[in-house]
Design a binder for this molecule. Structure first.
Ligand code: ASP
Length: 327
């Protein structure tokens, strides 16, 4: 029995500047710096996957990590820990959650303060993540983000602050658990959702380009023109409950006749509505024009989901069904 630790770079591994870039800690270095890790009941098996800023991660790369993690589970691992940069962690965690078929927890973590600073948070986060990955209480919860002694469900977690060590939060639901005196306490157990069926190969992902368009005040919509010729899907980060300027409504409606267009809120919390407003450009108008209700999904996660669905060949009905799980 073991916990499989995969490392992917990020601030948690940044050991300072070198003449040619950044010195990166290996998994071995990371674990050596964590008091308490050696006392865990199961050992960590380390695989250094890649050492990159999380801005360089791709969906295809993350699916490779998931494959390697699945192999570790087949070889007897009781859970997975993945360390990576925090910038894209809310998206990678959601992606993993969509494709992770196992009961064993897949826990993602990182750090906001690198190891050269006073009070780096990486060691505490890694220890907490390993505790969660090894905890029977964390089984059947899919992908989890463990940070700052909190446990977040991948489907709800957001990076909410550019520098704070308390950056990860779940605005719609709160954390599903906490670590208390080193013990994993799961407070609520969200039912697992249907993941994305099928396997997205890199070529399928390349062929499934999804744009994210954030609507802003006095928006001219110029960037939307011709979008269906270059992209296979679109996520709209709309105002508030799902509104856009009236001038954009027909443009989005025409796009929705050609490619799936998902309506989400740019606010960072709450769901888009369905039936409250009815003016041109309102949520009910846009849904009536064929946009798909993104529910509680934030625009970034909606984009990951739509890209995976398109890459695995799902049609409009399946796409609507997948997003309906987030209503
Ligand atoms: N820019 C870093 C990254 O995402 C930030 C971090 O790790 O916290 O790789």
């Amino acid at each position: 029995m073991s916990i499989a630790l995969f490392t992917l770079g990020g601030t948690i591994s940044m050991a300072g500047r070198t003449p040619d870039g950044v010195a990166r800690l290996t998994g071995e270095d990371l674990t050596a710096a964590v008091p308490g890790l050696a006392a865990l009941p199961v050992p960590l098996e380390i695989q250094d996957f890649e050492a990159v800023p999380s801005s360089n991660l791709t969906l295809a790369k993350m699916l490779d990590v998931v494959d390697a993690a699945s192999k570790a589970i087949s070889n007897g691992a009781t859970g997975i820990v993945l360390t990576q940069g925090t910038d894209t962690l809310e998206e990678t965690a959601f992606l993993v959650d969509q494709v992770w078929p196992h009961s064993q927890p897949f826990v993602l973590t990182g750090a906001m303060r690198n190891p050269t600073l006073a009070g780096p948070d990486g060691p505490a986060n890694l220890l907490a993540a390993a505790r969660v990955a090894g905890s029977p209480a964390a089984r059947d919860l899919g992908a989890l983000v463990v940070f700052n002694d909190q446990v977040h469900a991948a489907r709800w977690v957001r990076k909410t602050h550019s520098t704070s060590t308390a950056t990860f939060a779940s605005p719609n639901a709160g954390p599903i658990g906490q670590l208390v005196e080193g013990q994993v306490r799961i407070l609520t157990r969200p039912a697992r959702q249907d993941g994305v069926p099928g396997r997205a190969e890199p070529a399928d992902l390349d062929a499934a380009q999804v744009a994210l368009y954030t609507v802003t005040l006095d928006d001219d919509g110029v960037l939307l023109k011709g979008l269906a010729d270059t992209h296979q899907g679109l996520v709209v980060a709309a105002y508030g409950v799902g509104h856009v300027p009236a001038t954009l409504a027909p443009v989005l409606g025409e796009l929705a006749e050609r490619i799936p267009v998902v309506l989400t809120s740019r606010t960072g919390g709450g769901s888009v509505l369905r039936n409250t407003y009815s003016s041109v450009g309102s949520e009910s108008d846009l849904l009536g024009r064929g946009l798909i209700d993104g529910g509680f999904l934030d625009p970034y996660k909606a984009r990951v989901l739509l890209r995976l669905l398109l890459a695995t060949g799902e049609g409009q009905d399946e796409i609507i069904g997948a997003f309906a799980q987030h209503h």
